[in-house]
Design a protein. Sequence first.
Length: 327
Amino acid sequence: MIFMADNDFQKAVELINKSGNVLLTTHIKPDGDACGCVVAISETLIALGKNVKTLLLSELPQWYEFLFEQKPEVVSEKTSIDCDLIIIVDTNTYNQLPKFDEYLKRSDKPILVIDHHVTTNGLGNVELIDTSAAATALIVFDLLKYTGWPITTKISTALFVAIATDTGWFRFSNTDSRTLKTCAELIDAGVNPTEIYHDLYQNFSHQRFKLMTAMLNTLELHLDGRYATQHLSQQDFKRAGAEYSDTENLINECQRIGSVEVVALFVELADGRIKCSLRSSGAADVRKIAAKFGGGGHTMAAAVYLNGPLEDAKQLIKTEVEKQFLN
Ligand SMILES: [Mn+2]
């Protein structure tokens, strides 16, 4: 656990104050924390009179569109990067920043990183890292409180979405008093949790729902029901008419089964690799499992890319889960 000093906030403020053109980005496959932080920071910087360019490294999932006034640019060959400060949120590793990592390595612009992950490449000249924070949005909130920069309804909504999604609507074990106290303050600043719940969780497209039912039909229980696996093939996506981004959070569905302690979702990618996402209720450290094959994440939630075919990938992970259960 790393505790930040006011000194770190001051250094971040100094970087922001002397910048005019800010490039803001986050990890590939942006989740709610990534999107919420990007919106909150961009709104704040615009209010401070800065030019802000938000650059995503893959498509914005449709269910976070309501946070954005206009769709942010997705990186391509045409992307021009002209800035005097780069801000990276919710990651601090090159492999989470494909198509941007090469630029970063060449760039001499100052970099501010705001993140809560343990895995780090130390990308920032100034870093606000707090691995005890349930979401990066909690650090962004602390920065806003430190500076006294206004927290508008739009900003508070973006931060609330970030925190709510990274805590699985306040049911994961990272939900602590700091999380709820911050959310209470965000509600006082204008957030409407009922509307947000609807926008986030009662807003599936028919295609996404079809993808979920396909996934549920692949459920297998292993190791006395303690380990559950599910998978999705390229065919499943085609049949449902769904996108990769439609998989977000679907992994959590089978944690409704009482005996299940560890869950894996294997998704076949277009290039034949398998993306394996892992969730744990605490019985196993899934970050260690992912790290063994070059992945990363948290104790309770991690991910790794594996070679196909699917059955090989499944066997690899099952062996590791079993080892952890035996310990
Ligand atoms: Mn996060």
